[in-house]
Design a binder for this molecule. Structure first.
Ligand SMILES: [Zn+2]
Length: 85
């Protein structure tokens, strides 16, 4: 469990630590995307809900500024190739 003082402010109160889903609620608060990938506006005026598909954590998101709707997938680690300059 993360020190509650390190968690960002959220209008929804976290469940009591004794609840079975408390660690998931805490991770959601820490990892959910904060800004729209289309226009860059804060998701404070949008909706971000999370679901799981196998090992993937998927944040289904709607932007209240530009109405973009889509999935943002949390990735723990990625291996990418960069072209030489
Ligand atoms: Zn947007």
């Amino acid at each position: 469990m993360v020190d509650p003082r390190l968690l960002p402010l959220d209008p929804h109160k976290l469940p009591p630590p004794s609840e079975w889903f408390a660690p998931d609620a805490e991770r959601h608060l820490l990892d959910k995307p904060g800004f729209c990938p289309s226009c860059g506006a804060s998701f404070d005026l949008g909706i971000v809900t999370e679901y799981w598909l196998a090992d993937d954590r998927i944040f289904f998101s709607w932007c209240g500024s530009c109405s973009w709707t889509g999935n943002v997938i949390h990735v723990e680690r990625a291996i990418i190739f960069e072209q030489e300059h």
